[in-house]
Design a binder for this molecule. Structure first.
Ligand code: BGC
Length: 765
C-alpha cells in the first residue's frame, strides 16, 4: 500500500554513521548470496543444531550463565535477550566461537522502545509530535546506543493501534490512528535499521505485536480480540505492513487470540497473510512464553501439541520457553513435524543473522577486546540535547485560560505534586538500559530555568496514590514507588502553605509509570483520590493552577480540567524531561504537540475514536432526538479530540482550495489550505487532512486521517500547505474483502485537530 504524506520521510541522520561502512567480510549482503550461504549451512547442521537455532533465552535465575554456557557448547541456543553490556555479550559470543561445533553466531536483542541509555519520551508521546524528523532522530540514536552496547535487534516498534485507554500498553504505541501509526512505525524502522542492520550503529527491528493486540476486550491485557475482517485489514493491519515494507527483519507475534485463534497458533495470520500475501522473508518470534500459553488458550492438549501447533502455524523462534528444544526432536522422529518445517524456521533465523552481518563478523557490534566503555552509564554516552528537543516537541497544551502560560521567570513559583521530583517515573516504562539517577525531574528542570531569576518553592503534596493495593502492585517487581510516610493531611497542609506563598502553582500529577505498562490495565481513568484531594485543596487557595500531566494513556479529566487554569500533557518525557517541560512552561519553546488519542469524558464512552461510523441514527446536539445514538447521561464527543493541541500563538486556516472538482480514475487531486500565524509568537502546528467517502457499498467512517504536515510559522507569517490525494487514500476493504476505491463524492476536511475543519469535496470518477 502506498501512503500519502506530504511530510518528508527522509531519515535525518542525527548521528552520521561514520562507521556504517558496507560490510567488511567475505559475504555479500544480497538475498541471493544469503540464500546460497544459508542453504549450504543448513546442509551441515544436525537436526538438534537446527532446533537450537529456534531458541531465544534470557539470562536469569532460570538460565544462569553456567547453564547457558553448556547450551551454547551444544549448539542449543540461537539468540539471547536482556543482556546489555559489551562485556557480557562478548563473553557469550566467545563461547560460541570457542566451544560450538559450527560457530553460528548468537544475536542479542532487547526492548529498546524509546531509547537505550538516553530515554526519549515514550512512543505515545513521540506520536504526539507528529514530527517524522524527530522520530527518525530517536530511532537513529536509540539504535546507535543499542548497537554500541553490542545489541543486534530490538523488540520494536510496537504499532498496535488502540482505541483502548484502559490498556496499559497504549504507552508503547503510537495511538488510535492507522495512518499516523503507520507513518511513525515506518519511520522508526527506517531510522533504526539505517542503510542496513549490519552497519556498526544500526539494529534490526522486530515489529510487534502481530496482530491486533491493541484491541483486547475491555482494555484488559492479554484478553481476547474479536473483529471483522474489514476492520482488521482497514484499521489494524496496515501499520505492521508499513513497518515490514520499510524492511523490518523481525515480527513479534501477539499474545492474544484473534477471532478465537491465538496468534501463535494462527497459520492464516503467520503464513497466508504474512508470508504469502505480504512476502515477508524475515523471522517470526513468539512473545514471552506464548507457546506454553497455547495450553491455557485451550487449543493444545499438552506441551508437545503446543509445540507442533506453533511450529506448523509459522512461529520460527520461541521466546523464553524450553518447549521447542524439548519436544521438537520427538515430533520430527514420529513424523508429526517434518524436517523441512524445521529447516524453514531455522532458515529464517539464519537469514536474519546473515542480514545482521554476523557471519562476516560476529563481533561487529562489539569491537576489539579492551574497547568496552569503562563505565557503561557514563554521561558521555548520553544524547541529552536531542532528548530535550524531542521531548518539548512531544508535549500537548490542553488548556490555557487567559494565557496563564507561559510563566514569567520572576516572582515566586510553587511546584507541587507527587511526580514533580520522581526520576523513575519521568523515564516511562520500558526504559531499556536507562538509569533513573540520570533523568532530570521537573523540579530540577525548573530550578535550572529559574536560577537567580525567580523563587522556586516545592512540596510533594500527596503520594501518587494512597491505595495500598495499588502501591503494592507497582512495587511488586521493582521498588518503583517511594511512599511518603507522612499523613495525607500533613502533606496537604504543607502544599497549601507553600502555594499560598507563591504567585502561581505548577502541579505535577498523573500516574506512576507502573500504572501504564504491560499488565497494567485500569478500569478507572481518573486521577487517584490522593491527587484529586490535592487539586481541590490547591484550587481553594485561589492561586492560578498550571497542571502538568505525567501519564501514558488518555485519562478522564473532565472535572480536573475545569479546575485547571492551564494544562500541559507532558506524558513521560524521558531523561531530559524536566528541562523540556520547563522550556515549555516558561515559553522557551512554544508547544506544538497534538493528541494521538481521543481523551474520553468518562470510561463509559470507551471505545471512543474519531474515525467512527455515522450509524443510521446519528445524534445531532443542535436538534436532539431521543431515538438517536447517544448516552442520556453523557455527551457523545470526547473531552479532547484526536489531533488536538493548543499553542501560545493562534493559527487560522483559509478555505480549502481543490485543484479540480474531480479526480480521474487512478489520478490525483490536490487540496490546499493557507495557514496563518495570526498571534504574536512564532510557533509550529500540524495541519491535518481527513477524507470521507460520502456514499459507498459499505458504511465508511465520518473521517479518516490521510495526510499531515508539521509547519513552523513566524508571527504574522502564512504558508500554503498542499496535500496530494491519490487513489490509495480512497481505498477500503469492501464486503467481499476486495480492496477498492469506489467512484463518488469524497469530503475533504483540513484542520488543526480532527474536530474543527475547513471543508471541500471532490468526485472520484
Ligand atoms: C512483551 C513484549 C516484550 C517481551 C520481551 C513480553 O512480555 O509482551 O512486548 O518484547 O516481553 O521483553
Amino acid at each position: 500500500m502506498k501512503w500519502i504524506c506530504s511530510v518528508s520521510l527522509a531519515v535525518t541522520l542525527a548521528i552520521q554513521p561514520a562507521f556504517a561502512d558496507d560490510l567488511i567480510g567475505p559475504h555479500q549482503l544480497t538475498p541471493q548470496a544469503r540464500d546460497a550461504f544459508v542453504t549450504d549451512l543448513l546442509k551441515k547442521m544436525t537436526l538438534d543444531e537446527k532446533i537450537g537455532q529456534l531458541r531465544l533465552i534470557s539470562v536469569g535465575p532460570e538460565n544462569p550463565k553456567s547453564a547457558i554456557r553448556d547450551m551454547i557448547h551444544q549448539g542449543q541456543v540461537g539468540a539471547i535477550f536482556n543482556t546489555v553490556t559489551r562485556h557480557d555479550i562478548r563473553e557469550m559470543q566467545d563461547q560460541v566461537m570457542q566451544l560450538s561445533r559450527l560457530k553460528i553466531p548468537l544475536f542479542f536483542a532487547y526492548d529498546v522502545i524509546h531509547g537505550q541509555r538516553t530515554q526519549f519520551p515514550i512512543p505515545l508521546a513521540l506520536a504526539s509530535s507528529w514530527d517524522t524528523d524527530a522520530i527518525a532522530t530517536v530511532g537513529r540514536i536509540a539504535a546507535y546506543e543499542a548497537a554500541d552496547d553490542g545489541l543486534n535487534m530490538t523488540w520494536a516498534p510496537m504499532v498496535d493501534v488502540t482505541r483502548e485507554p484502559r490498556w496499559g500498553r497504549g504507552s508503547e504505541g503510537f495511538g488510535e490512528d492507522t495512518y499516523l501509526t503507520s507513518v511513525m512505525g515506518r519511520t522508526m524502522v527506517q531510522a533504526m535499521q539505517g542503510k542496513s542492520p549490519a552497519d556498526r550503529y544500526s539494529v534490526m527491528t522486530s515489529v510487534k505485536h502481530f496482530a491486533a493486540y491493541g484491541a483486547v476486550e475491555g482494555g484488559r491485557d492479554y484478553n481476547t480480540v474479536d473483529m471483522s475482517s474489514q476492520r482488521l485489514f482497514q484499521d489494524y493491519l496496515p501499520p505492521y505492513k508499513a513497518a515490514l515494507d520499510a524492511g523490518s527483519g523481525g515480527v513479534m507475534v501477539a499474545l492474544n487470540s484473534l477471532n478465537g485463534v491465538p496468534a501463535s497458533a494462527d497459520s492464516w495470520l503467520l503464513k497466508d497473510v504474512l508470508r504469502d500475501d505480504w512476502g515477508f522473508k524475515g523471522i517470526t518470534i513468539s512473545d514471552h512464553g506464548a507457546i506454553k500459553e497455547l495450553l491455557k488458550h485451550g487449543v493444545a492438549s499438552d506441551p508437545e501439541d503446543a509445540v507442533r501447533i506453533a511450529l506448523k502455524s509459522g512461529i520460527d523462534m520461541s521466546m523464553s520457553d524450553e518447549y521447542y528444544s524439548k519436544y521438537l526432536p520427538g515430533l520430527v522422529k514420529k513424523g508429526a513435524v517434518s524436517e523441512k518445517e524445521i529447516d524453514d524456521a531455522a532458515r529464517h533465523v539464519l537469514n536474519v543473522k546473515y542480514d545482521m552481518g554476523l557471519f562476516n563478523d560476529p563481533y561487529s557490534h562489539l569491537g576489539p577486546v579492551g574497547s568496552d566503555p569503562a563505565d557503561t552509564n557514563a554521561e558521555s554516552r548520553l544524547h541529552r540535547a536531542e532528548a530535550r528537543d524531542v521531548a518539548r516537541k512531544s508535549m500537548v497544551l490542553l488548556k490555557n485560560r487567559l494565557e496563564t502560560l507561559p510563566l514569567k521567570k520572576s516572582g515566586t513559583v510553587a511546584l507541587i505534586g507527587p511526580l514533580a521530583d520522581s526520576q523513575i517515573d519521568i523515564m516511562g516504562s520500558w526504559s531499556a538500559a536507562g538509569v533513573a539517577a540520570q533523568s532530570v525531574t521537573l523540579l530540577q528542570g525548573m530550578k535550572n530555568a529559574t536560577a537567580d531569576k525567580a523563587t522556586l518553592l516545592y512540596a510533594k503534596g500527596a503520594n501518587v496514590t494512597d491505595d495500598k493495593g495499588i502501591q503494592d502492585f507497582i512495587n511488586l517487581y521493582e521498588k518503583a514507588m517511594t511512599v511518603d510516610t507522612r499523613s495525607p493531611q500533613q502533606m496537604l497542609d504543607e502544599a497549601v502553605a507553600t502555594a499560598k506563598k507563591a504567585d502561581v502553582v505548577v502541579l505535577a500529577i498523573g500516574e506512576a509509570r507502573g500504572m501504564a505498562h504491560e499488565a497494567s490495565s485500569r478500569s478507572d481513568l481518573t486521577l487517584p483520590q490522593s491527587q484529586l484531594k490535592l487539586i481541590d485543596a490547591l484550587k481553594a487557595t485561589g492561586k492560578p493552577l498550571v497542571m502538568v500531566l505525567m501519564n501514558a494513556r488518555a485519562l478522564t479529566l473532565t472535572h480536573t480540567t475545569q479546575q485547571a487554569d492551564a494544562m500541559l500533557e507532558s506524558w513521560y518525557s524521558g531523561t531530559e524531561g524536566g528541562n523540556a517541560i520547563a522550556d515549555v512552561l516558561f515559553g522557551d519553546y512554544n508547544p506544538s504537540g497534538k493528541l494521538p488519542m481521543s481523551f474520553p469524558r468518562s470510561v463509559g464512552q470507551i471505545p471512543i475514536y474519531y474515525n467512527h461510523l455515522n450509524s443510521g441514527r446519528p445524534y445531532n446536539f443542535e436538534h436532539p432526538n431521543k431515538y438517536t445514538s447517544h448516552y442520556f447521561d453523557e455527551a457523545n464527543g470526547p473531552l479532547f479530540p484526536f489531533g488536538y493541541g493548543l499553542s501560545y500563538t493562534q493559527f487560522t486556516l483559509s478555505p480549502v482550495k481543490m485543484s479540480a472538482a474531480t479526480m480521474p480514475r487512478n489520478g490525483t487531486v490536490n487540496a490546499s489550505v493557507t495557514v496563518t500565524n495570526s498571534g504574536k509568537r512564532d510557533g509550529a502546528t500540524v495541519v491535518q487532512l481527513y477524507l470521507r467517502d460520502q456514499v459507498a457499498s459499505i458504511s465508511r467512517p465520518v473521517k479518516e486521517l490521510k495526510g499531515f504536515k508539521r509547519i513552523m510559522l513566524k508571527a504574522g507569517e502564512s504558508q500554503t500547505v498542499t496535500f496530494p490525494i491519490d487513489v490509495s487514500a480512497l481505498k477500503f476493504w469492501n464486503a467481499k474483502m476486495q480492496q477498492v476505491a469506489e467512484p463518488g463524492k469524497f469530503s475533504v476536511m483540513i484542520g488543526l485537530d480532527s474536530a474543527r475543519t475547513v471543508d471541500a469535496e471532490f468526485e472520484y470518477l
